[in-house]
Ligand binder design. Structure first.
Ligand code: SF4
Length: 320
C-alpha cells in the first residue's frame, strides 16, 4: 500500500491496485485510465462511483480492487464524496484514526454523469472547495446502456440514438460539451485532460495535483471498443491518434490558468482518427462526406491556432 514515485515508464511496472480479470469489455479505455490513476495515487483511496460502465467493476462480493469503493446514484457521486471526506476529517479531528490512515477520496464517473446528470452536484462540490479527486472516463456516450448519445458525444458520431438517416446523414448533430471549460470556470485548484496513451503525462499531472487541497478534476479520453466499433487492440492507438490529430488536447489549468502539456508540432489529419472507427464509417462509406470531415478538421485547427499563437508564437505554428 506504499506510495511509489515514477520517473520513467518502467516504474509503472510496480505495484498494481487493480487485479486482472475485471468484468469490463476487453480493450476498455476506462479501466486503463483508472488503473494508472490508482498507481499514481497509491493504495489509500476510497472510490465513489456514479452509476455507469465502471460500476460493473465490482459485483458483490467480488472486486478486482485493493481499495475501497462506494456506489452512488448517477447524480450524486460528489455528494457521496463530501460525506466520506467529512467523516474522515471528523475521525481524524477526534483522534479516532491517526492522520496516516487518512484516505484520498476519488469520484469516478462516465461522461454522461460528468457532463449532464451529475453536473449540478459536481458544481456544488467545486464551489464548496471539497478536497477530492474527480476522474471522468469519457467514452463520449452512455456506454453500458447501449451507447446512446450523451452531452459529450462529438459531432458526426453514430450512436444508438443518433444513427445516420437519409434526413440526418451525418449522425449526431450536436456539439460535445466542453467539460474542461465548465470546470475551469469554477477556478478550482486543478483541472486536466489526460489520455491512456500518455501515461507519464497523466502521472505527472496527478503528482502535481496532489499539492493542492480542494477539487482536482481529470477528464480521460476512453476509447470504447463496442461503442466506437474498433478492435480491442486499438484502444491505445486511438487514444494516441486523438492527441496527435489535436481532437483531444492534453492540458491543465491551475486556478483557471491554462497550459498545454503536449503541443503537436504538426497536427495529423483528423481523418486518420475518424476512418478507423465504425461510429464514423458513414462519413466515408457509401458516400464520402467531405463537408462533415472538413468541418471537424476546421474546428480543431481553429482551436490550435489560438494555442499556437499563445503558447508557441505564430512562427512555430503546427498548421499549414
Ligand atoms: S461499453 Fe465501453 S466504456 Fe463501457 S465497459 Fe465496455 S468498453 Fe468500457
Amino acid at each position: 500500500m506504499s506510495r511509489t514515485w515514477f520517473s520513467t515508464l518502467k516504474d509503472l511496472l510496480g505495484e498494481d491496485y487493480v487485479e486482472p480479470g475485471t468484468p469490463l469489455c476487453a480493450g476498455c479505455g476506462a479501466i486503463i485510465a483508472l488503473r494508472l490513476f490508482h498507481k499514481a495515487l497509491g493504495g489509500r483511496v476510497v472510490w465513489v462511483n456514479a452509476a455507469g460502465c465502471i460500476t460493473l467493476l465490482i459485483v458483490y462480493p467480488f472486486t478486482p480492487l485493493k481499495s475501497s469503493w462506494m456506489y452512488t446514484a448517477m447524480a450524486s457521486a460528489p455528494a457521496g464524496a463530501q460525506g466520506i471526506r467529512d467523516a474522515l476529517d471528523i475521525l481524524i479531528e477526534k483522534e479516532r484514526i491517526p492522520v496516516e490512515e487518512d484516505l484520498k477520496v476519488v469520484v469516478v464517473t462516465g461522461d454522461g454523469a460528468a457532463s449532464d446528470i451529475g453536473l449540478q452536484s459536481t458544481s456544488g462540490a467545486i464551489h464548496r472547495g471539497l478536497d477530492f479527486y474527480y476522474l471522468c472516463y469519457d467514452n463520449e456516450a452512455f456506454g453500458n446502456t447501449g451507447f446512446q448519445y450523451s452531452a459529450a458525444t462529438p459531432y458526426g458520431s453514430r450512436t444508438a440514438t443518433s444513427p445516420p438517416t437519409p434526413l440526418i446523414p451525418e449522425g449526431y448533430r450536436g456539439r460535445k460539451k466542453d467539460l474542461f471549460e465548465i470546470w475551469r470556470a469554477h477556478k478550482p485548484p486543478y483541472v486536466a485532460t489526460v489520455s491512456p496513451s500518455h501515461p507519464m503525462d497523466m502521472i505527472r499531472k496527478i503528482e502535481k495535483a496532489e499539492k493542492y487541497k480542494g477539487p482536482k478534476l481529470f477528464i480521460s479520453i476512453s476509447p470504447c471498443p463496442p461503442g466506437w466499433i474498433i478492435e480491442t487492440m486499438d484502444t491505445v492507438k486511438l487514444a494516441k491518434l486523438a492527441v496527435e490529430t489535436g481532437i483531444w488536447p492534453l492540458k491543465e489549468a491551475v486556478y483557471g490558468e491554462v497550459h498545454h502539456t503536449y503541443i503537436p508540432r504538426r497536427l495529423k489529419p483528423v481523418e486518420e482518427y475518424l476512418k478507423i472507427q465504425g461510429r464514423f464509417k458513414h462519413l466515408f462509406y457509401p458516400v464520402r462526406r467531405d463537408d462533415v470531415i472538413a468541418k471537424i478538421q476546421r474546428e480543431i485547427e481553429e482551436y490550435w491556432r489560438i494555442v499556437y499563437d499563445k503558447e508557441l508564437g505564430k512562427e512555430d505554428s503546427g498548421l499549414t
